[in-house]
Design a protein around this ligand. Structure first.
Ligand code: ATR
Length: 256
């Protein structure tokens, strides 16, 4: 759409090779990188500087190279905020449940605090990671109540959150049949956001649809974080130059 000649490709980097990769990136031709699971937190000490917002979030999903200086940014939080906006979700007075406590969860919690939600409860398979996230964000949250609970369906049923957001990798391709909330009884006054976009409809989304909840996948978050990354790398207002619908239709078709 923009006529810019550029290349973007994916690389699989094992955890033990991350530091070596960062040095190759620093000294090579690549201008910028996006960082995805499980490196969003581990990459921070390998960079030269962190943007203040990414520092508050504690996760980096985009790195900008200027000469050979590497600066970490977070565009995931913006991607999630735009997902809420573009789907007409007014989260301000809502109770939210975040499933997962990794890099994506941090960005989502930050975005929800910015939206001024009533409460955020974090649940995770490893409970102490959820507790650490709560402690981290309590420092910057003045109005939003933050708590953690075990990943237990009965406890989540009692909580009865307005919005449930899956920030785990459970259900992501090729793990199609799994869900992080097996047998959770969704209902029609709930909204489920799955930050996964591949597949476009996860098992969790199917379960939520069966309970007549509104469902949203992670495609809008994915696109908006990517556009914000392009704005940083190319130092241009790409996000306002592209036709969003054409982009979304193209990606949706590719993943269908
Ligand atoms: P990201 O940066 O994308 O958030 P991550 O940091 O690897 O990725 O986090 C993945 C999340 O998915 C974690 O919350 C993880 O739970 P643990 O902290 O207990 O590892 C969660 N997750 C991964 N596999 C899971 C599974 N089979 N059941 C429940 N949660 C799972």
């Amino acid at each position: 759409q923009t006529g810019i000649i550029a290349q973007y490709s994916n690389l699989c980097i094992e955890e033990e090779n991350l530091a070596e990769f960062v040095e190759t990136f620093r000294n090579g031709k690549i201008k910028g990188i996006n960082v995805t699971l499980p490196h969003k937190e581990q990459i921070i000490p390998l960079l030269d500087d962190i943007n203040p917002r990414a520092n508050s979030i504690g996760a980096v999903n985009c790195v900008l190279k200027t000469n050979s200086t590497l600066i970490g940014y977070n565009t995931d939080w913006y991607g999630f905020s735009m997902l809420l906006k573009s789907n007409g979700i007014h989260a301000d007075d809502k109770s939210c449940l975040i499933v997962g406590a990794g890099g994506v969860s941090k960005s989502v919690v930050y975005s929800l605090i910015q939206s001024g939600v009533k409460s955020i409860t974090i649940t995770n398979r490893t409970l102490n990671k959820a507790g650490k996230l709560v402690d981290h964000f309590k420092k910057i949250s003045h109005h939003t109540e933050l708590t953690s609970i075990p990943l237990d369906i009965t406890k989540i049923e009692q909580l009865n959150p307005n919005i449930i957001i899956n920030c785990t990798s459970v259900g992501m391709s090729p793990d199609f049949s799994h869900t992080p909330l097996p047998d959770y009884p969704f209902h029609s006054r709930q909204i489920l956001v799955d930050t996964i976009y591949n597949p476009l409809k996860t098992q969790l989304m199917k379960d939520a649809e069966n309970g007549n909840a509104k469902t949203i996948n992670g495609m809008d978050m994915f696109i908006y974080q990517g556009l914000a990354s392009l704005d940083l790398w190319l130092r241009m207002d790409i996000s306002n130059q592209v036709k969003y619908k054409g982009l979304k239709d193209h990606l949706t078709q590719k993943l269908s």
